[in-house]
Design a protein around this ligand. Structure first.
Ligand code: 26V
Length: 818
C-alpha cells in the first residue's frame, strides 16, 4: 500500500475547504471541516477503487452480489481511515491544521439504512469481503430517510425523521450512466418479436428510472475497494410534449409520485411483516435494477448468457430480495429467449438464500391480488415456478397432499417468499448452528427432507476492525502490544492473549482499560441523558431492538425485584450495579413502546431514591445506533443475551460484547451456544429453558404462568407493582397491557416468551454474576478469556465460509500505480 503523504494530505484538506465552501480551514464550521477531510480521504480511496475494478476486469473474476434491503453501515470516515491504516498520518495532519479528529468524526451522521441485526450483518460482511480481497457488490436502496431518530420525552419514545443526506454524502458517487428502467403494473400481452416469434411484453405500465449511487467499501490495508451500490428512483422524463399530446398528463404525474415515494423511507419494522404495497415496490425496484445491471455487466465481457453462473452469484439476505428469482427468470426467458428448463437451471445455480428468523410474524407472504397487480409478468413467472414445484413435491411425496399445502409457493391466496427462495436456490443457510438445526428439524422440515443437500449453516460474525480497533482503541492497542497486530486481519490470533489471563499485571492493565472505557461511557451518559453513573459499579448492558422475544421485560422486572430486596433490607450486601438499556421499538409496536416507558419509569423512581444510596442505577440510552454502540460495547461488564430460547436466530451483539471483554449472561439460544462452546460454561452465566423445552411447551400447551404467580411471592409483588401506581403515578393502567401479557399472553395463549417461567433461573444467574464480580481477579481472568476466545466470531471467518462453500470466489490482489 502506498504511504499517505502528510503534507500533501494537509494541502488537499485545505483545498477542499476552499473549493467546496470558499473558506479557509479556520473559517470552516465543524461540519465543513468534516466534509473537507472526507473529500481528501476519498481522494486516496478513489485510486484504490479504480485499481480494484481494473483488476476485476482484467482477471474476469466471479462476483457475489449481496442483495439486501438493509445495510447498517454507520459512520464511514473513521472506519475508512482505520482501514487505510492512515490513522497516524491523518490524525497528525488534521491536528496540525488545528482540528481534532474525534470531533471531525462526530460530525458525520450514521448511515442507518437498516433496522438491526440483519442490516448490520450485511455491513460487517462487506467489510470482510473487501479485507479478504473477494469481488463483491452490496446492492440496496438509497433511502432518503433511514432508521428514525429516537427521542425520549417523558419516558416515551418519539420518532423523528433521520434526514441523513441533508449535508450531502461526501463518499457517494452518482452513476447516471448505469441507470435502468423498472416497470410496475399494467398488463402482459403476447406480441411478435423481430423474428416473428411469440413473446410476452408488459404494456401500459408505470415506470421509474433507477439511478445508482456507489459507496466505497475499503478493505484493511490491501488496496481493495468494493462497491456498495444503493439505488435511487427518479422520474422517467415523460413531461415532454409527446405525452401531453397523447393526453398522458395524468400518467406523467403518477410516475413522478411513484419515483418520489419508492425510496423515501426505510420500513422500521424488525421481524414483522405488514404487507404494505410500497414495501413490495421497494423490493422489486432495487432487485430489478441490480439484476438488470449484473446481467448487462456480464454480457459486456461474455457472449453466452447460459454461463452467467460461472461469474455471478446472487445472495439473498432474507426473503426481502426474493423477487430476484422471478426477475432473473424473466430476463433469461423474455429478453434472452432461453427455454424455461434451461433458464431455471441457470437460476438455480446463481441464487442462494439466507434465513434470519423463525418468528412467524416475519415470514413474508404477499396477497396474490397485490402481487399480480403490481408485478404482472413476475406473477406469471412465479405461477409457473409454483406449478412445476408442486409437481416436484408430488413426485417426492406421492399421494400426500398435505405436503403441497405446506410447501407450495402460492397457496391460500398468497405468494410465500421463503418457499420461492428455497425452491430456486442451490443453498439455504441459517445463521448459527442451533438456528440451522431448528430450520432443518422444525420450521423447514419438509423442505429439508426433500432437498437436504441445499441446507447449510454459516454462523454469523462481526468485524473486529470496527468493534475493537475503532470502537475500543485502548484495548486494541493493548492487545497489539501483547501479541502483535495480526489479529486485525486474522482474529484467530487473539487466542494468544489467553496466557495473560493468568498474569496478575495483565489482568490489572485489562481492568484498568475497562475502567477508562466505563468513564468514557459515563461521560456520554451524563451529556446525553443527564444521569450520573458510577464507573466503579458493574455495567450491565442490554442493547438491541426492542422485541418481546428479546425479553428486555425480564431484565426490568428483575431490576424491580432487586429494588424491592434493597428496600426491605437497605443494609444488605449489594454490589453497585448500573443497568444500561438501549433499544428502538417499531413505531406501531405498542407493547414494545410500553416496555420502554416502563424502563424509564422504573429508572426515575430508583435513580431518585436516596434510601438505596445509588446502589442501583437504570439508564435508557436514547437513540441507540452504530456510533454509540461502539462506545457502549467497550464499557460493558455484563452482556445481556436473554432471548427466549429458540427465538434469536443468532444475535451479533453477543459477539461484540465478548470481543470487548464482557461476560455473557444468557440463554442457550442462537450463537450464545457457540460462545459458551468457545469460552466454557464457567466463563459465562447461563440460565433458563432450553430451546427443546420451549418447543415442547409450545407443542403441548402445558405452560401456565399463573401457577408461578401463585406460588412465588416475590414475583407476585413485582407484578402487583406494574398496576398499583408504584411506577406510574396517575395512570394505573399505564402498564396494564404488560401485566396482562405476562399472565394471559396473546389471544388466550399464555405468555409465549416464558418470562415468569425463566424469572427465578435468571435471578439466580444474576446472583452468580454479583458473586463473580466481587472476585476481581477471577472476573478479570474470565473477561480476558472471553476476548481471547472470540476468534471464531469474526465476520472474516464467516465470509471465508460463504466464499468457499457457497459462492466459490477467488481472492484478488490489487496494486495501485504510484
Ligand atoms: C424482517 C422484516 C419483516 C417484514 C417487514 C420488515 C422487516 C425488516 C427486517 C426484518 C428482519 C428480521 C430478521 C432479522 O433481523 N433477523 C436477525 O438477523 C440477525 C443476523 O443474522 C441475527 O443475528 C438475529 O438473531 C436475527 O433476529
Amino acid at each position: 500500500m502506498n504511504e499517505i503523504n502528510k503534507e500533501e494530505f494537509k494541502k488537499d484538506i485545505e483545498n477542499y475547504a476552499k473549493v467546496l465552501f470558499r473558506k479557509s480551514i479556520k473559517e470552516a464550521s465543524d461540519q465543513e471541516k468534516f466534509q473537507a477531510v472526507s473529500y481528501a480521504v476519498k481522494d486516496i480511496v478513489v485510486d484504490q477503487w479504480m485499481a480494484t475494478h481494473k483488476t476485476y476486469e482484467e482477471q474476469d473474476v466471479k462476483t457475489v452480489y449481496y442483495l439486501s434491503m438493509e445495510f447498517l453501515t454507520g459512520r464511514a470516515l473513521g472506519n475508512i481511515i482505520i482501514n487505510l491504516k492512515g490513522n497516524k498520518a491523518i490524525k497528525e495532519a488534521v491536528e496540525e491544521l488545528g482540528m481534532n479528529l474525534d470531533v471531525i468524526e462526530d460530525q458525520e451522521p450514521d448511515a442507518a439504512l437498516g433496522n438491526g441485526g440483519l442490516g448490520r450483518l450485511a455491513a460487517c460482511f462487506l467489510d470482510s469481503l473487501s479485507t479478504l480481497g473477494y469481488p463483491a457488490y452490496g446492492c440496496g436502496i438509497r433511502y432518503k430517510y433511514g432508521m428514525f431518530k429516537q427521542v425520549i420525552e417523558n419516558g416515551y419514545q418519539i420518532e423523528k425523521p433521520d434526514d441523513w443526506l441533508k449535508n450531502g454524502n461526501p463518499f457517494e458517487i452518482k452513476r447516471p450512466e448505469y441507470a435502468v428502467e423498472v416497470k410496475f403494473g399494467g398488463y402482459v400481452a403476447m406480441r411478435k418479436d423481430e423474428f416473428g416469434r411469440d413473446k410476452f411484453v408488459q404494456e401500459n405500465y408505470q415506470s421509474v428510472l433507477a439511478v445508482p449511487y456507489d459507496l466505497p467499501v475499503v478493505g484493511y490495508n490491501n488496496n481493495v475497494v468494493n462497491t456498495l451500490r444503493i439505488w435511487d428512483a427518479e422520474a422517467i422524463d415523460t413531461f415532454n410534449l409527446d405525452s401531453f399530446d397523447k393526453g398522458d398528463y395524468q400518467k406523467a404525474v403518477e410516475q413522478q409520485n411513484l419515483a418520489r415515494t419508492i425510496c423515501e423511507v426505510l420500513y422500521p419494522n424488525d421481524n414483522h411483516m405488514a404487507g404494505k404495497e410500497l414495501r413490495l415496490k421497494q423490493q422489486y425496484f432495487f432487485v430489478s435494477a441490480s439484476v438488470q445491471r449484473a446481467v448487462a455487466k456480464y454480457m459486456e465481457k461474455h457472449d453466452d448468457i447460459r454461463k452467467i453462473y460461472e461469474k455471478v452469484c446472487f445472495q439473498l439476505n432474507d426473503t426481502h430480495p426474493t423477487v430476484t428469482v422471478s426477475e432473473f427468470m424473466r430476463i433469461l426467458v423474455d429478453d434472452y429467449g432461453l427455454e424455461w428448463d434451461e433458464a431455471w437451471s441457470i437460476t438455480n445455480k446463481t441464487c442462494a438464500y439466507t434465513n434470519h428468523t423463525i418468528m412467524s410474524e416475519a415470514l413474508e407472504k404477499w396477497p396474490l391480488e397485490l402481487f399480480s397487480r403490481l408485478l404482472p409478468r413476475i406473477y406469471q413467472i412465479t405461477e409457473e415456478i409454483n406449478r412445476r414445484f408442486i409437481l416436484q413435491i408430488q413426485a417426492a411425496y406421492p399421494g400426500d397432499n398435505s405436503k403441497v399445502e405446506k410447501m407450495a409457493i402460492i397457496y391460500d391466496g398468497q405468494v410465500k417468499m421463503a418457499h420461492l427462495a428455497i425452491a430456486a436456490s442451490f443453498s439455504v443457510n441459517g445463521v448459527a448452528k442451533l438456528h440451522t438445526e431448528i430450520l432443518k428439524n422444525q420450521e423447514l422440515k419438509d423442505f429439508y427432507q426433500m432437498m437436504p443437500e441445499k441446507f447449510n449453516n454459516k454462523t454469523n460474525g462481526i468485524t473486529q476492525r470496527r468493534f475493537l480497533l475503532h470502537g475500543n482503541p485502548l484495548l486494541a492497542d493493548w492487545v497489539t502490544k501483547k501479541i502483535g497486530d495480526d489479529w486485525i486481519t486474522n482474529l484467530a490470533h487473539i487466542n494468544e492473549l489467553g496466557i495473560y489471563a493468568d498474569d496478575e499485571l495483565s489482568r490489572k492493565e485489562f481492568m484498568n482499560i475497562k475502567y477508562q472505557n466505563k468513564v468514557r461511557l459515563a461521560k456520554y451518559i451524563k451529556e446525553h441523558n443527564g444521569v450520573e453513573v458510577n464507573p466503579r459499579s458493574i455495567f450491565d448492558v442490554q442493547v438491541k431492538r426492542l422485541h418481546e422475544y428479546k425479553r428486555q421485560l425480564l431484565n426490568i422486572l428483575h431490576i424491580m425485584y432487586l429494588y424491592n430486596e434493597l428496600k426491605k433490607n437497605p443494609e444488605m450486601d449489594f454490589y453497585p450495579r448500573t443497568f444500561i438499556f438501549g433499544a428502538k421499538a417499531s413505531a406501531g409496536y405498542h407493547r414494545a413502546k410500553s416496555i420502554i416507558k416502563l424502563i424509564n419509569s422504573v429508572g426515575d423512581v430508583i435513580n431518585n431514591d436516596k434510601d438505596i444510596h445509588d446502589k442501583i442505577k437504570v439508564v435508557f440510552i436514547e437513540n441507540y445506533r452504530v456510533s454509540n454502540a461502539e462506545i457502549i460495547f467497550a464499557a460493558a461488564d455484563v452482556s445481556e443475551q436473554i432471548s427466549t430460547a429458540s427465538k434469536e436466530a443468532s444475535g451479533t451483539g453477543n459477539m461484540k460484547f465478548m470481543l470487548n471483554g464482557a461476560l455473557t449472561l444468557g440463554t442457550m439460544d442462537g450463537a450464545n451456544v457457540e460462545i459458551v462452546d468457545e469460552v466454557g460454561k464457567e466463563n459465562a452465566f447461563i440460565f433458563g429453558l432450553s430451546s427443546d423445552e420451549v418447543i415442547a411447551y409450545e407443542q403441548n400447551g402445558q405452560y401456565n404462568p399463573r401457577d408461578i404467580y401463585n406460588i412465588d411471592s416475590d414475583i407476585r409483588a413485582v407484578m402487583t407493582q406494574l398496576v398499583d401506581g408504584t411506577y406510574a403515578s396517575g395512570n394505573l393502567d399505564e402498564f396494564r397491557d404488560i401485566y396482562n401479557s405476562l399472565l394471559d399472553g396473546n389471544g388466550g395463549r399464555p405468555d409465549m416468551y416464558f418470562i415468569l417461567k425463566d424469572f427465578r433461573s435468571y435471578a439466580d444467574a444474576q446472583k452468580r454474576v454479583e458473586a463473580a464480580y466481587r472476585d476481581e481477579e477471577g472476573w478479570a481472568k474470565s473477561a480476558l478469556l472471553n476476548v481471547s476466545k472470540s476468534g471464531k466470531f469474526t465476520s472474516d471467518r464467516t465470509i471465508e465460509e460463504y466464499a468457499k462453500e457457497i459462492w466459490h470466489l477467488e481472492k484478488v490482489t490489487v496494486e495501485v500505480p504510484e
